[in-house]
Design a protein around this ligand. Structure first.
Ligand code: ACO
Length: 326
């Protein structure tokens, strides 16, 4: 039997920084409100013409180098995004394969909003454990600034752009492997987070849509679901929270993260917070946070990570995995 191993990580963010002070000049908001309610100080914004696949390419190159593999070894690309380069086709995974110069690779996108990276890991794990693929590139990348309405203060302060990528490889040993992944959804809450299509006949076709969110309702459900998800994951694997080296959740709001960390019994130093620097980057937020921990030398080979995400759909998922990158 093959096991899936979290072999490496990479990330990239665009150069342009959009601060809370700059947003104060665009909408009726304040640095104080944003910081107090969300923990966000600034976010990154893609340049004109800089596409989701461009951010993903830079993150993927780092992940490939760190995994010490040849790009030709990759036999599957799973790309999680809600801001693809093209509306319906081709997939951003195929664009990325072309930009990486890889031929003969299975490649497709998945749409699970902020839970996309964990959904992507679950696909990689299943392909590897079934023996169908051996080396999977899992990407979470977004240019959310393209679907944010900068006249809507309830959403525009929250989101940012960025990309993260991981190489997942097959191993014959369960040592340092991805131990478990749970994914789920409740479509009954589909209207909590939506990007409605423009009506038929409107100039510009169905593009030009923006994120709309029932923020407060989403907040309450996020705290409840993420906390029970973590508890269930630990229970299913007969583990105490003390076994976790780092809890790396989706970065939407520091208040959600703190509340979940506390209810799971994790001390602050084990709870990873990057939302202040990047805002909510949806599918990119978890791999970006893992990368931050790796590049600052805190996350090391053999550490046990608990990943947890919640997003539009509504979707959610958690992952218990060792980190196996030197
Ligand atoms: N600046 C100033 N005031 C604001 C702003 C702003 N940017 N935005 C909202 N307000 C006001 C509201 O109008 C409201 O005013 P009122 O009381 O006069 O009506 C007041 O602040 C409180 O608004 P709430 O929405 O109740 O504020 P809340 O404390 O819930 O914080 C937030 C809002 C930050 C959006 C929070 O609800 C949240 O983080 N929600 C969860 C987001 C999330 O996890 N999403 C899932 C992933 S995203 C994805 O999948 C793509």
């Amino acid at each position: 039997m093959s096991f899936a191993v979290f072999k490496s990580i990479g990330a990239y963010v665009p150069e342009k920084i959009l601060s809370n002070e700059e947003l104060e000049k665009i909408v009726d908001t304040s640095d104080e409100w944003i910081l107090k309610r969300t923990g966000i100080k600034e976010r990154r914004i893609a340049a004109d013409g800089e596409l989701t696949s461009d951010l993903a390419l830079k993150a993927s190159i780092k992940a490939i180098e760190r995994a010490k593999i040849n790009k030709e070894d990759i036999d599957l690309i799973v790309f999680a995004t809600i801001t693809p380069d093209f509306l319906c086709m081709p997939s951003t995974a195929c664009i990325l394969a072309d930009k990486l110069g890889i031929k003969n690779v299975a490649a497709f996108d998945i749409s699970a909003a902020c839970s996309g990276f964990i959904y992507g890991l679950s696909v990689a794990k299943a392909y590897i454990e079934s023996g169908m693929k051996k080396t999977v590139l899992v990407v979470g990348a977004e240019t959310l600034s393209r679907i944010v309405d900068y006249t809507d203060r309830t959403t525009c302060v929250l989101f940012g752009d960025g990309a993260g990528a991981a190489i997942i490889t097959a191993s014959e040993s369960r040592e340092n492997a991805i131990l478990d992944i749970h994914t789920s959804a409740d479509g009954g809450y589909w209207d909590f987070l939506v990007t409605p299509l423009a009506p038929k006949g409107v100039e510009g076709g169905i593009c030009g849509s923006h994120i709309k969110m029932k923020g407060n309702e989403t907040f309450k459900l996020a705290v409840k679901t993420l906390a029970s998800d973590c508890v269930n994951m630990l229970k299913a694997n007969n583990m105490e929270s003390s076994a976790i080296d780092y809890f790396i959740p989706h970065q939407a709001n520091y208040r959600i993260i703190k509340a979940v960390g506390e209810s799971v019994g994790l001390p602050d130093e084990k709870v990873v917070l990057t939302v202040g620097k990047y805002g909510n980057t949806s599918a990119a937020s978890i791999p970006m946070a893992i990368n931050e921990m790796y590049e600052t030398g805190k996350l090391k080979k053999g550490h046990l990570m608990l990943l947890d995400a919640f997003g539009g759909g509504l979707t959610w998922g958690s992952c218990l995995s060792y980190f196996d990158c030197e």
